[in-house]
Design a protein around this ligand. Structure first.
Ligand code: ZN
Length: 86
């Protein structure tokens, strides 16, 4: 365990997960969230789930010019499954 890395609880990780997957956090935050996900069996499945969604979004983004609408649909799908309160 590297010293000085802030430990996050699951709730903070979940709140930052979208930004993490989008690469929009600071390098320190990215590292802290990644470290948590690698250790936490509760967060990891959700990370995998959202990453697969984002991969699909990224693939579509190259073909379509409406990423905002697509992203909202993805968020709605997650919420419907009870996986996100975003
Ligand atoms: Zn966790």
């Amino acid at each position: 365990m590297p010293g000085g890395m802030p430990m996050l609880d699951c709730e903070s990780v979940m709140r930052q997960l979208w930004d993490f997957l989008d690469g929009e956090l600071t390098p320190e935050r990215m590292a802290a969230v990644r470290a948590h996900i690698e250790m936490c069996k509760r967060c990891y499945p959700q990370h995998e789930f959202e990453q697969s969604f984002l991969d699909a979004v990224a693939a579509r983004r190259r073909q379509h010019s409406d990423p905002q609408r697509l992203r909202r649909r993805v968020a709605d799908a997650l919420r419907a499954k009870g996986l996100s309160d975003a």
